[in-house]
Design a protein around this ligand. Structure first.
Ligand SMILES: Nc1nc2c(c(=O)[nH]1)N[C@H]1C(S)=C(S)[C@@H](COP(=O)(O)OP(=O)(O)OC[C@H]3O[C@@H](n4cnc5c(N)ncnc54)[C@H](O)[C@@H]3O)O[C@H]1N2
Ligand code: MOO
Length: 406
């Protein structure tokens, strides 16, 4: 046997995967369809907000100079409400009844909250002296006409869609959702809900991968299960790549056994495999390839290897194809709640559960069993704990890097 080729470091493989991703073509959508999508253009305000000075409170619009002394008495001359400005300007000694969101009347510069006043007929009696400009929101305080409010590459959600609406865009340009075909391979697999034969199991990885793809804004395209035969695998892969998919994900058959045909099948289907065998655990036999603008990710069959491979490679790829300029979600700091063993040359992604210590710091504890076949332990985890290659023992209490799964 030939000596073993060194495994490719995760970061090397991922950098190559993401280096020249061209985002999918642009389409225009309404704001109702926008959550989870990524803006494909810089978006400028089509108006100034607020468009005029507005009152921040219910009260009286006055000239501050009239309230330089406590107990000043003014004459009420009209009303201004949100959507309806006062008909008359405010002159010295006058006040306009005003409500939150109403345009400031001409002549007035300050709003006195109603709780600080008393009125008798058309007389308004003020309390303490007021600060000029108080309770007035200036025109343009939020944004001005022509200003860029959001830049291309921004992922759209509840925090920024209101801004787009307020800037008066009803439609926006986004990148089309990346289409991700998902193909399971293996004679042992049957679809969920069917009765497995004596030596079979239920295919489960594709379900989780489809859910991940959908959650990050892609469109999963289920291709079902192909048998462990080279000709059948070549046929399905070729047909899949002839379709309108941006990414093909295969599951299983990635290793070196006599029934692992994916590497050969991808080659026969014209896929150029740039990487096979990554220095990671789980997920070592993972493949990264391309055919023209289409990308192929060959995930290993063990469930945790499939899902971790999808988190580490597929999710950033789908985000990058969507136009997201920060496709790799950074790990965050947590405190190990138990001792972590020293690591070998494969970057480890331990399944773990998050918690909090007495000081309010985020803690993480590996689940009891880390075998890559265990779906129950993956479902129990809410984070991956990163153990870099050759990391020394990390005693309980040491800082570690984690990635939240939910
Ligand atoms: N001699 C070696 N053997 C193995 C190596 C190695 O380096 N040398 N690597 C091991 C590692 S690491 C992994 S991971 C597995 C991956 O193997 P494959 O990608 O070829 O996966 P399969 O053999 O097809 O399946 C492995 C396991 O996963 C189950 N499976 C497959 N697909 C699904 C699915 N869609 N849903 C649920 N479960 C699935 C399958 O039944 C097997 O039990 O190789 C090691 N071997
Ligand atoms: O990727 Mo394999 O599941 O590490 O054992």
């Amino acid at each position: 046997m030939s000596p073993r080729k060194p495994l490719t470091p995760v970061e090397t493989a991922r950098a190559a995967l993401l280096a020249d991703v061209a985002p999918t073509p642009i389409e225009r959508i309404t704001l109702a369809d926008a959550p989870g999508r990524v803006l494909a253009e810089d978006l400028a305000a089509r108006r100034t907000q607020p468009p005029f000075d507005v009152s921040a409170m219910d009260g009286w619009a006055i000239r501050a100079a009239d309230a330089a002394h406590p107990g000043a008495v003014l004459t009420a001359i009209g009303e201004a409400a949100a959507g309806r400005r006062a008909a008359v300007p405010v002159a010295a000694g006058e006040a306009v009844r005003i409500f939150t969101g109403a345009p400031m009347p001409v002549g007035a510069d300050t709003v006195v909250v109603q709780e600080a006043t008393r009125s008798e007929g058309d007389r308004v009696i003020l309390g303490d002296a007021v600060t000029p400009g108080r309770n007035v929101r200036r025109a343009g305080a939020d944004f001005r006409d022509g200003e860029i409010g959001l830049t291309a590459g921004t992922r759209l959600d509840f925090t920024n869609l209101g801004l787009i609406a307020a800037m008066n865009h009803a439609e926006i340009a986004v990148h089309r959702r990346p289409r991700v075909a998902i193909l399971a391979t293996g004679d042992e697999l049957v679809a969920p809900g069917t009765e497995p034969g004596p030596d079979q199991i239920v295919a489960s990885n594709g379900v989780g991968i489809a859910a991940l793809v959908a959650a990050i804004g892609g469109v999963p395209v289920e291709l079902g299960i192909v048998a462990d035969r080279l000709d059948a695998t070549v046929a399905v892969v070729t047909a899949a790549l002839a379709g309108d998919v941006d990414v093909l994900v295969t599951i299983g058959g990635a290793s070196v056994g006599d029934h692992d045909h994916v590497h050969a099948a991808l080659g026969e289907a014209g896929v150029d495999i740039g990487f096979w065998k990554i220095a990671m655990r789980p997920g070592k036999p993972l493949m990264l390839g391309r055919r023209g603008r289409q990308r192929v990710i060959g995930l290993p069959g063990n469930p945790a290897a499939s899902l971790v491979g999808a988190v580490v490679f597929l999710a950033p790829l789908v985000r990058a194809l969507s136009g997201d300029r920060r496709p790799v979600v950074p790990f965050e700091r947590a405190i190990a709640a138990s001792d972590l063993a020293a690591n070998d040359e494969r970057q480890d992604y331990l399944r773990g559960t998050l918690g909090r210590d007495a000081d309010g710091r985020t803690t993480v504890r590996p689940v009891d069993l880390q075998d890559s076949s265990l779906l129950s332990r993956f479902a129990a985890a809410d984070a991956l704990i990163l153990r870099p290659p050759h990391a020394p023992v990390a005693p309980a209490g040491s800082p570690v890097e984690v990635l939240r799964l939910r």
